[in-house]
Design a protein around this ligand. Sequence first.
Ligand code: NDP
Length: 268
Amino acid sequence: MNAMIDRYAVFGHPIAHSKSPRIHAEFARQTGQALTYEAIEAPLDGFPYAISAFRAAGGCGCNVTVPFKEQAYQLASLRTDRADAAGAVNTLRFDGPDILGDNTDGAGLVNDLVGNLDFDPAGLRILLLGAGGAARGVGLPLMERKPAELFIANRTAYKARELSSRFDCYGGGYDALPGRQFDLVINATAASLAGDLPPMPDDIFARGALAYDMMYGRDTPFLTFARERGAKVADGLGMLVEQAAEAFFVWRGIRPETAPVIKLLREA
Ligand code: NDP
C-alpha cells in the first residue's frame, strides 16, 4: 500500500459483498481525490482493536456496518447530533487524537427521496417499519423535514415506542395500523432479507404514496405488495450511494455526484 495515499475502509462482519469500495472508488475517480478504500472484516469480538490497527497503519477514516454501529458510537470521542440521535455511527473520521463519529444513513435516505426521487416528505404522513439500527439512523433526519406525522411500527412494539420517544413522534405495534393511510411507507425491517412481508393492512397506501424498501439488489415482497396496491416503489440503492456520498463529504469536504454512480450500480 502506498503510504502517501489516504486510506479509508468499511468495517463489518460479514463484509465481502459490500458495494462501498466500488462506490468510493468511483467518487475518488470523479473528484480526482487520491485515496484508497478497502473492505475489512473485523472479528466479532475485535472491532475496537481492528480500528486502532487501521488508524496506526495510516487510516484517515472509515465506514462501519452491521454489527458494529453501536460499538463505533461508543468508540467516538466526538459525535454529531445525528449520531447522538441515532445512538449508532456508520462513519468515523480520525482527527489527530480524536475520533469523530457521524451517522450518514438518514441524510442518505432523505437525499435519495428529495434529490433522486423528487419526493419531499415535508407535510406528509410517514410510516417507518422497523425499530432496528436502520430505523434509528433515519428518525432525526426524517423529522427535520417536518412531516405531518412520523409513525414507527415494529413487531416488538415496545421498541417502536422507545424509539418514537427519542424522535418525538408516535410508535407502536402493527395492530395500530388498520384504518390508517400513509403517503410514504419506509421498510427498515430485515424482513425482506428473509423474503418476508411486514404485516400491513391492504389499504395502508394513500393515493400517490411511495413505498421505499431500504433493501436493495432484488425485488422484495414489500415492493410487490406496494406495487399491486398502486403505490410508487423504490429500493435502497439510492440511499446506499447517498450515505456514502455524505461520508465522502465528511472526510474530504467534497460532494461527489451520485446519479452516475447509482446508474452504474443498477446496470452492474
Ligand atoms: P436490525 O437487525 O437492527 O433490525 C431489524 C428490524 O427488522 C427489527 O425492527 C425487527 O423487528 C424487524 N424484523 C425482522 N424480521 C422481521 C419480520 N419478518 N417481520 C417484521 N419485522 C421484522 O437490522 P437493520 O436495521 O440494520 O437493517 C434493516 C434493513 O435495512 C436490512 O435489510 C438492511 O439491509 C437495510 N439497510 C439498508 C441501508 C441502505 O443504505 N440502503 C442502510 C442500513 C440498512 P423486532 O424488533 O421485532 O425483532
